[in-house]
Design a protein around this ligand. Structure first.
Ligand SMILES: Nc1nc2c(ncn2[C@@H]2O[C@H](COP(=O)(O)OP(=O)(O)O)[C@@H](O)[C@H]2O)c(=O)[nH]1
Ligand SMILES: [Mg+2]
Length: 470
């Protein structure tokens, strides 16, 4: 009696010791960056990923979940006190509540910590107890990432490049007209600087809604609390003299201030600490908008990849000191707009774009992977007969009217080159096909105990991003 109590006491003490040891040695942190342009699907992705990591019934593709090694997953206070918390509770209520709707759009950095208790696999499984892995998810606008390229440029170089790139764009004409008419050598007149910056911002907004990605400086579109401040009150001008007190001289100064006070702090405080990255892309949306939007998406992917290339930029190399992002996932979102028969085509397009971006960015670094997914599946599949052919369609409730509808976006080519080649050649429209989009509302859910919200391949995305660390 006495002996067995003593033995129990010893075992308890050993357990406590082992737990403490595990806590010290193997508590691990994965910092997952989630980015993409506005409306790419970041908020929905993070919300559904977290929900599906807490209730893992729909995550068979995540090996640790499939093997039953994830004991629990729970939200914890995040480590960074000055970064807004990702508002998971509000977003999950929006998506899965009785009257489901898409979450409101967010416009800045936010962060969330999900902690997982995971039992080790293989040989170690019998020897070690469960350990804790902290997943710190950082949501940040892709627009800010593209700003990295500005660090390598001075005002004149940047101006020349932007003006040349947008010269032929219809949308840019009002701004270009103004930039040509303004005398940059004249003494700075703040209302003129403001009007010029406002026209440029107007152009950037229009360009972004037309599907262009090259909409930097990124903070012009998502200014947050910098709205109206001098760091956001500049624009590119044709080259010329920059005398003291001239408009152009002040533009040079503000461009440099933007780099030092807006771009660098973002890279230092957020970007430099990321281990794994997912880049979300509304590829179907770009295809619908046409060849120019697709071409632009291709370039943007290369620009994004080059931000992750070690040694690419002196400032970054110094920040990172040899640390680097280990894995980058390019994911086409909203794949639930497409019958699964067409998913291989969408995946092939993403793979071709990713391969191309790697070549363009001369990228040798992290492991990259491309896929198509839906973080929250809002449709079901059906087959209808159209002019004698079977057509794979998706069905859902329309966002604006709430009415049920069947949707077929158009046939994606099985060879991605059929889309990417005309895009690269500068075509204005697709030759023989129109691609449509439709917006669906999230479907009302009746979740079984243990199941997260329905998705497509979110489990595989999670396996690529985190699987090796669980
Ligand atoms: N059908 C469908 N629509 C989605 C999905 N993810 C995002 N969306 C749509 O895209 C919009 C923007 O998503 P959001 O996550 O707010 O984008 P963010 O601006 O990148 O955070 C949403 O309001 C939805 O209309 C998805 O998995 N399926
Ligand atoms: Mg968002």
């Amino acid at each position: 009696m006495v002996l067995s109590t003593l033995a129990e006491g010893v075992t308890d003490a050993l357990d406590t010791l082992r737990d403490a040891g595990a806590g010290l040695v193997s508590d691990r942190v994965i910092r997952l960056g989630v980015t993409g342009l506005a409306r790419a699907g970041k908020t929905v992705f993070i919300t559904s990923l977290v929900a599906n990591l807490m209730d893992r019934g729909r995550m068979p593709g995540l090996v640790a979940a499939q093997e039953g090694r994830i004991e629990t997953a729970f939200l914890q206070p995040q480590p960074d006190d000055t970064v807004p918390r990702f508002d998971y509770e509000t977003h999950i209520d929006a998506l899965t509540g009785p009257n489901p709707h898409w979450p409101d759009s967010t416009r800045a950095v936010s962060e969330l910590r999900l902690s997982l208790r995971v039992r080790p696999s293989g040989l170690l499984s019998g020897l070690q107890g469960a350990r804790t892995v902290h997943l710190d998810i950082v949501d940040y606008p892709g627009e800010w990432l593209l700003d990295l390229a500005l660090l390598d440029k001075d005002y004149d170089g940047w101006s020349a490049e932007v003006l040349a790139r947008i010269e032929k764009r219809e949308l840019a004409q009002p701004f270009l007209q103004m930039a040509r008419d303004i005398d940059g050598a004249a003494v700075l007149d703040e209302p003129i600087a403001k009007a010029l910056a406002a026209k440029f911002t107007e152009y950037l907004r229009a360009a972004r809604s037309a599907g262009f990605y090259d909409c930097t400086p990124g903070r012009f579109l998502l200014p947050g609390d910098l709205e109206g401040s001098p760091v956001l009150t500049f624009a590119p001008l044709p080259s010329g003299e920059a005398q003291r007190r001239s408009l152009r001289r002040e533009m040079v100064r503000r461009f440099e201030a933007y780099k030092a006070q807006v771009v660098k702090p973002f890279f230092r405080d957020h970007f430099a600490r990321i281990d794994r990255q997912v880049v979300l892309i509304d590829a179907l949306g770009a295809i619908h908008k046409g060849p120019q939007a697709v071409e632009d998406m291709r370039r943007a992917m290369a620009d994004i990849l080059s931000a992750f290339r070690p040694g690419r930029n002196a400032f970054l190399s110094q920040l990172l000191l040899g640390r680097r992002v280990e894995k980058i996932l390019f994911a086409a979102t909203k794949a639930d707009h497409l019958h699964h028969a067409q998913h291989p085509q969408l995946t092939a397009i993403m793979e071709a774009l990713t391969r191309d971006a790697r070549d363009r960015a001369q990228f040798a670094g992290a492991e990259t992977y491309a896929m198509a997914l839906a973080a929250l599946r809002a449709t079901t599949e059906d087959t209808i007969t159209h002019e004698g052919d079977d057509l794979g369609v998706v069905r859902g409730r329309l966002l604006d009217t709430g009415k049920p509808a069947a949707f077929y976006p158009g046939a994606l080519p099985s060879d991605p080159a059929h889309l990417l080649a005309p895009a690269r050649a500068g075509a204005d429209a697709w030759l023989d096909q129109d691609y449509k989009v439709m917006k669906f509302a999230p479907a009302p859910l009746d979740l079984r105990q243990g199941d997260g919200p329905p998705h497509l391949r979110l489990d595989r995305a999670a396996q690529f991003l985190l699987g090796d660390r669980l």
